[in-house]
Design a protein around this ligand. Sequence first.
Ligand SMILES: Cc1cc2nc3c(=O)[nH]c(=O)nc-3n(C[C@H](O)[C@H](O)[C@H](O)COP(=O)(O)OP(=O)(O)OC[C@H]3O[C@@H](n4cnc5c(N)ncnc54)[C@H](O)[C@@H]3O)c2cc1C
Length: 435
Amino acid sequence: MKTKSFYSFPEVVAHLKTGEPTLYHSSQTSTVIPFEKLEGVLKSNTVMGNLSTIKGSLEMLENGNLKVTGFVTWKEAKEFCLSKGREIMTSPTEELAGVLAGIATSCTGERSFGFKNLRSQIVELTYINYEGAEVKLSAEKKLDCGVDLSSYQKDFSHYVSYKNAPYPRLEFETDLMTGTEGQLGVIESAVLKTIEHFPETYIFMLLPKWEDNFEPHLEVFKAVQSFRNQVRACEFLDSNSLSFLPADKNPGNNNDVLFLEIKKDEFENIYENLLSHLTLINEDQIFEMNASKCRELRVSVPRAIFEANSRMGVTKKGTDVQVSAERFRDLLLFYREMGQKGVAYNLFGHFGDAHLHFNYMPTPDKNDFCNEQLESLYSKVLEWKGSPFAEHGIGLLKRKFIAPFYNDHQKSVFRELKKKFDPKGQFFPEGFMTC
Ligand SMILES: Cc1cc2nc3c(=O)[nH]c(=O)nc-3n(C[C@H](O)[C@H](O)[C@H](O)COP(=O)(O)OP(=O)(O)OC[C@H]3O[C@@H](n4cnc5c(N)ncnc54)[C@H](O)[C@@H]3O)c2cc1C
């Protein structure tokens, strides 16, 4: 397999003109592309095209929007915004991932609870098409790309309140590059909305282990839904996830934790109107944590799990399922059953959005067994009309699991889009659009 690093967009244009099939990538933090063992997974002539070598730039526009060009990480973008007294509203846990790649994967994160998904924060973007031309897309213009999207949109209407549906939104022009995982072009720059920065704080709640009793968890889930304007994130770490941390860094002490991100000056309001009304959680189970300590905790848990899994030498067996509020109890019950199969596991994620990551930590001999368990989960998610991959995308590893979620409407739209925007089949030809 050939690899190629690009140092400028004109170099990308020159490469595009060769028509060579290429998987353009940036930080390679995607959990659905096995970057460490792509041999035999990608076609032998597919080039790995590294965009993370293109020096990025950041510009705060007069109206407070942020322009990102080239390779910039979320960490850099966040720090830049803070230096200008502003904040970006998307906060993926992996801060070393690229912002433009985040658009390609329609990345989300804990703050989607209060600020919705990244898609809703994109104002405009520029991409390079198969001819090497720069094309500007606006989030204010309806997508009119010569492909009949009527049945596709009708199917999509069920998923409008989800962070990410099983297929991309394709409503406005910018959607052409949002969640399409680099299969229709290379994103060069984007303008994102930002908000004024106010100091934040985190409220932690200790809960019993969800395996024993998840009623207190569900009480918080229900209560927090009417506070989406004040609560930016409602996150969960179970006792198993926390056990990966050194004891002095583990706030759970053998319990699960749920935590809320709020503006500091909302503390009294949230305490009085939300927390004091909870009947299944006592005051002595609630405490405050500062932003930097919480950030460290939030990042270190999935990283530790990701690394532990890699050490086992198995591909990650994690879920990324979001369901409707009505189905959340069913999802937890299903995860409870999955936890009783004799394979180590943990559960964490975006609780307020009914979107959790259940991770099996199998020994290699349990690999196939875990895949079977996941297949039965995805059948249930299909039956529940949930979203199987609401955050990390499809990549290569989820292709076989997503296929049952596509009917002829999605398949024919994907075929038409590929024909029109990728006639030479050069943009990530192994991606989900060719399922
Ligand atoms: C510990 C951990 C935590 C994570 N937490 C989150 C989370 O909270 N939320 C979340 O959404 N994801 C999360 N992820 C997944 C991952 O970080 C995201 O999918 C991220 O968007 C990938 O960015 P990247 O720069 O690493 O892209 P890569 O992995 O290099 O590429 C990902 C995809 O983007 C495409 N792509 C990259 N750049 C471009 C471009 N300029 N134009 C067109 N296509 C492009 C590639 O073709 C590929 O399909 C996590 C991953 C890890 C390891």
